[in-house]
Design a protein around this ligand. Structure first.
Ligand code: PLP
Length: 384
């Protein structure tokens, strides 16, 4: 991170963790193809398998149930398939939470008519009654084991934590398959159990362009998305990203080890941020403040302040935050997450996200708050 800038956009991409850098540098010095049977190849293979074991320990599955991908977007494209369930019977329906990340929203290899959205309550949590009603109707029509449900553990914009354990219990009698996007939860919140879990390295201090799908069991079998040389037990072809996978595993281990401390640290910073925002402008709305959220995330808006203007002003002051989902930003589009939560459009247009990480200092928060104080003063002086 450049020392002259303040980085408060960890949910978009976290800065590289020193342990990940070290592991990647060591891997980059290897020269073998992990599929080659000679010593150089075997050395590269050993790094991948060691990384797989490290992830399998963290997620409590057998290492053969960890598949490396290029990230969560690829994982969604792979797993969202009618044949992904445990039996040979194709899944008839895919239910997707209304606040899911764009990488899941399309439903991918399900036919469009089989894909539908699940509403969330105004607090951002999934509407469990609506989920139960949909599943009951589907089970009545097609029998058990006919549906897949895709729900994230934590939302990237608001930090809202979904009640995944409750959802899993609700799905069980219907034999529905649960896909959980744990990209933002990893290292920041408890990792739930699901049939498929998606994780991504760059949200936790690993490199961009690598992630994994954790299968709960070998009975699950979405058809491969990328065919070719048969790597990853024939499920995901292409020569493995050895350095990326090594950096990813090192980052996973580091964030899990430091999670109790980093969560407490983030909670302190979030309190300071949210207190400061209210002090600066009493009409500030912290979105989803009534429910369990990621401790590192504050999504807020000030009525009458556009997020585009605020983002530019903060950037000029050397501060990186986000508005809406970073994956679709560059352009500031209005947020489907806030729309699903029925946040009034005028307020949603001003929403900003501040997200911190283990190396964020109190001084970074102070820098942000003092810049924000000036921006608010300028904005509302002009209006007066
Ligand atoms: N899911 C969530 C909740 C995210 O925040 C992101 C990235 O912003 C993704 C999925 C996509 O992950 P990847 O960049 O690994 O494709």
């Amino acid at each position: 991170m450049r020392p002259d800038r303040t980085y408060l956009d960890w949910n978009a991409t976290a800065p590289l963790h020193p342990a990940a850098r070290e592991a990647m540098l060591a891997a980059l010095d290897l020269r073998g193809n992990p599929s080659s049977p000679h010593g150089d190849g075997r050395a590269a293979r050993a790094l991948i398998e060691r990384a797989r074991e490290r992830l399998s320990d963290v997620f409590g599955v057998a290492s053969r149930n960890v598949y490396f991908t290029s990230g969560a977007t690829e994982a969604a494209n792979w797993v969202l398939h009618p044949q992904a369930g445990p039996g040979s019977k194709p899944l008839q329906a895919l239910l997707i939470g209304a606040t899911e990340h764009a990488c899941i929203q399309a439903g991918h290899r399900f036919p469009a008519h089989a894909v539908s959205q699940l509403p969330v309550l105004p607090d951002g949590r999934i509407d469990l009654a609506a989920l139960e009603a949909r599943l009951s109707a589907l089970t009545a029509q097609h029998g058990t084991g006919c549906a897949m449900v895709a729900l994230q553990a934590a939302n990237n914009e608001t930090g809202v934590l979904q009640p995944i354990d409750e959802v899993r219990a609700l799905l069980e009698p219907h034999g529905a398959v649960l896909v959980c996007d744990a990209v933002q939860a990893l290292g920041r919140a408890p990792i739930p159990r699901a049939d498929f879990l998606f994780v991504s390295a760059h949200k936790i201090g690993g490199p961009t362009g690598v992630g994994a799908v954790i299968f709960a069991s070998e009975a699950l079998s979405p058809p491969p998305l990328i065919a070719g040389g048969g790597q990853e037990r024939r499920q995901r072809s292409g020569t493995e990203n050895v350095a990326g996978i090594s950096g990813f595993a090192a980052a996973v281990e580091a964030v899990i080890q430091s999670q109790p401390l980093s969560v407490a640290h983030a909670a302190k910073l979030r309190d300071k941020i949210e207190r400061g925002l209210q002090e600066i402008h009493g009409e500030t709305v912290v979105l989803a403040s009534s429910v369990s959220r990621l401790v590192n995330t504050t999504c807020f808006a000030v009525p009458g302040m556009s997020s585009e203007t605020a983002l530019i002003a903060l950037d000029l002051a050397g501060i990186a935050v986000s508005s809406g989902a970073a994956c679709s930003s560059g352009k500031v589009a209005s947020s489907h997450v806030l729309a699903a939560m029925q946040v009034p459009e005028a307020l949603a247009r001003g929403a900003l996200r501040v997200s911190t990480g283990p190396t964020t200092q109190e001084a970074d928060v102070e820098t942000f708050l003092s810049a924000w104080r000036e921006i608010i003063a300028r904005r509302f002086q002009h209006a007066a």
